[in-house]
Design a protein around this ligand. Structure first.
Ligand code: PNS
Length: 164
C-alpha cells in the first residue's frame, strides 16, 4: 500500500527549510502532500493562491512531492487523502510546546493519526518565515534561506509597499 504523508503549514512563503523537510519526508514516504492552510484566522502576507503558486514552483523538481491546499480541520483533510501521517519540521526545543499541543489535539480528534517530527538541516535551524519577512521588509535580501520564486515574490511585495 502506498504510504502517504501530509505536510501542512502556512508556507507564507515557502522557505528552503520547508523544502528540506519535504525532501526528508519523501525519503520515508511514497508520496508527500505539502498542503497550504487556507486558514482565515491567521493574517498572511501572501494569499492562499500565491502561497500555493510559490510552493508549486519550488517543488517542481521533487518527485513524489505535490502541493495542495486545505481548509477546515487538518485531520478531515487527512481522512480525505487516506493518510494517517502528519509531517512537521521542528527547529528547536522551543518549537515543541506548540507542536505537542497541535499533535495532541490532532490525535484527540483522530486517534489513528501520527505526527512525525523531522529536524531540518542545521543551516535552517534558526529560520522562520516571520523573521525573513521582517528582514525583507526592511530592505535586506536573504537568498540563502529562500528559493528563487519566494525571494522574488517578497522583493516585489515590499518594493510595491515602499512606493506607496
Ligand atoms: O505553518 P504553521 O502556521 O505552523 O501551520 C499550522 C497549521 C496550518 C498546520 C495548523 O494551524 C492547522 O492544522 N490548521 C488547520 C485547523 C486544524 O486542524 N486545527 C487543529 C490542530 S491545532
Amino acid at each position: 500500500m502506498e504510504r502517504v504523508a501530509v505536510y501542512p503549514g502556512s508556507f507564507d512563503p515557502i522557505t528552503n527549510g520547508h523544502l528540506d523537510i519535504a525532501r526528508r519526508a519523501r525519503r520515508l514516504f511514497d508520496r508527500v502532500i505539502l498542503t497550504v492552510a487556507d486558514n482565515s484566522s491567521k493574517a498572511h502576507t501572501f494569499s492562499t493562491a500565491e502561497r500555493v503558486r510559490l510552493a508549486k514552483a519550488c517543488v517542481a523538481g521533487l518527485s513524489g512531492v505535490e502541493v495542495d491546499t486545505f481548509d477546515g480541520l487538518l485531520v478531515d483533510y487527512l481522512r480525505r487523502k487516506d493518510s494517517r501521517v502528519i509531517i512537521r519540521g521542528v527547529r528547536a526545543v522551543s518549537d515543541m510546546e506548540y507542536e505537542f499541543q497541535m499533535a495532541s489535539m490532532n490525535r484527540a480528534v483522530f486517534p489513528e493519526v501520527e505526527t512525525v517530527f523531522l529536524m531540518p538541516d542545521e543551516r535552517y535551524t534558526y529560520l522562520s518565515s516571520t523573521m525573513i519577512k521582517e528582514v525583507a521588509r526592511l530592505g535586506a535580501a536573504v537568498p540563502d534561506y529562500l528559493p528563487a520564486p519566494a525571494l522574488e515574490a517578497l522583493r516585489r511585495r515590499y518594493a510595491r509597499r515602499a512606493r506607496r
